[in-house]
Design a protein around this ligand. Structure first.
Ligand code: DGY
Length: 321
């Protein structure tokens, strides 16, 4: 019988995923990997064949270069791979995989929740009620905006972006998008393509950020671009925090140029720019886009599929590097 491969897992797995992982591999779980020192991961990875890595664990260039040569694959438990220094992995000959598609529906749901929560002041209203400050009903009490009939601008029309568009069509929104490449008609489904982010912003009553974090999208939503949004726009981010310049968005939320924002991801999370916390017109969630039992299980299974394929000498389906 061949010996089981050894994998280092950087945190908890969903129960069914953990069961499958332990049945097929010798599993070491590194608790607290996201807060551990740069030396801890390479040390824990000694004699391991692969790493199953969570999105809150940053595998920097230094960490990757210090990994033992036995590590041949990093299977990321996420679609985004910005937590991994891909160049360092490439240089070291380490394969990197991700988990696309399986989290698209759950993440799109959160984008719609954030749009509605921000537009209809759900966070503010709930806080008021819980404080015991709901004294009476009046015509101007907690009035917000409705998103039905408004223009939705989507930055990044990949699988998640297209799911957001599909759900938003059900709310009668008019869909506009910017993507590196224009989609074929069957995927566009009538959405209007804009070949620059700037052109998209000008028509985005509601803006949904659904692109990956890359060097090209870091701080994509900066002060100049925010100024191009129609006054009273709503900004939603379920992608990655560093795509938004927090200071600029906070200023726009304070001035009312951006009426409200719904954010599930933050630059430097789990630490949050305190400016957001002081504002009523932001609806905040703690990176729960993919947090359903079905989706998190599917993500873990997909990461294991990639490890299985790699160790059986097939090409992993979701190879990024
Ligand atoms: C992803 O897969 O990139 C998600 O953000 C994790 O929840």
């Amino acid at each position: 019988m061949t010996e089981k491969k050894r994998i280092l897992v950087t945190g908890a797995l969903m129960p069914a995923v953990g069961e499958r992982a332990r049945a097929c591999y010798n599993v070491t779980v590194l608790e607290g990997a996201s807060e551990s020192s740069a030396e801890a991961i390479p040390k824990a990875a000694q004699d391991h064949d692969g790493i199953l890595c969570h999105v809150n664990v940053h595998l920097t260039g230094d960490i990757i270069r210090a990994l033992p040569h036995s590590v041949k694959i990093i299977a990321n438990h996420a679609v985004g791979v910005d937590n991994i220094d891909l160049d360092a992995a490439r240089e070291k000959g380490i394969v990197v995989t991700n988990t696309p598609e399986v989290l698209s529906a759950a993440t799109a749901e959160i984008a719609i929740l954030l749009m509605l929560g921000a537009a209809r002041r759900a966070g503010e209203a709930e806080r008021l009620l819980r404080r015991g400050d709901w004294k009476s009903w009046s015509v101007d009490f907690m009035v917000g905006t409705e998103i039905s009939g408004r223009r939705l601008g989507i930055v990044g029309m990949g699988d998640i972006g297209r799911r957001v568009a599909k759900a938003a069509r059900g709310l009668d929104m008019e869909i506009h998008y910017h993507n590196r490449r224009r989609l074929p008609e069957d995927k566009e489904q009538g959405a209007v393509f804009h070949d620059t982010v700037e052109a998209l912003l000008e028509v985005s009553d509601v803006l949904s950020i659904n692109c990956p974090l890359t060097p090209a999208t870091r701080y994509l939503l900066n002060r100049e671009r925010i100024a191009r949004l129609p006054p009273g726009a709503i900004v939603v981010n379920t992608a990655r925090g560093p795509i938004v310049d927090d200071a600029a968005l906070i200023d726009a939320l304070r001035s009312g140029h951006v009426a409200a924002a719904g954010l599930d991801v933050f630059d430097g999370e789990p630490r949050i720019n305190p400016g957001y916390l002081a504002l009523e017109n932001v609806f905040l969630l703690p990176h729960i886009g993919s947090a359903t039992v079905r989706t998190r299980t599917a993500m873990g299974m997909r990461a294991l599929d990639n490890l299985d394929a790699f160790f059986s000498a097939a090409s992993p389906r979701d190879r990024v590097v």
